[in-house]
Design a protein around this ligand. Sequence first.
Ligand code: SF4
Ligand code: SF4
Length: 143
Amino acid sequence: MHPCLSCGACCALYRVAFHWLEAAPEYGGRVPAALTEPLDGHRLVMKGTKHRPARCVALEADIGRHARCTIHADRPGVCREVAPSWEFGAVSPQCDRARLAHGMLALTPADWTRPVLPATAMTVHAGSNDDDPPPLPAAPAAA
Ligand code: SF4
Ligand code: SF4
């Protein structure tokens, strides 16, 4: 399982700010405007992330157990830019900081090299997949 699907920490730590054009459909923006609020003259934020403690309104999660971005296909660009640590062979400071802030360990290269188990084996794998969310790749946020 992708580590983000059992995490969600970055979506519940950082301010998620981006240019208002990203929520303007007339200019091709796809972020649902109703889930945003103004930050300044040029930027919006995802609701829930303007102040601490932050938690994005689009996050459906039990942090550290399961997590899902409910607007994954239309999430802001800034959310797409934060990679989980070691997914692409490098540390992601924002990922590490968010996980540590939520009491989790930072990801390691080993988190990406575990064998993919067949579906029948996964049902009895430690941690149980019974309450896993649908396999939508969640992506992190940062500000
Ligand atoms: S990028 Fe890191 S902090 Fe964010 S959800 Fe994925 S694993 Fe968690
Ligand atoms: S990926 Fe972005 S929009 Fe989706 S829940 Fe996380 S912070 Fe919110």
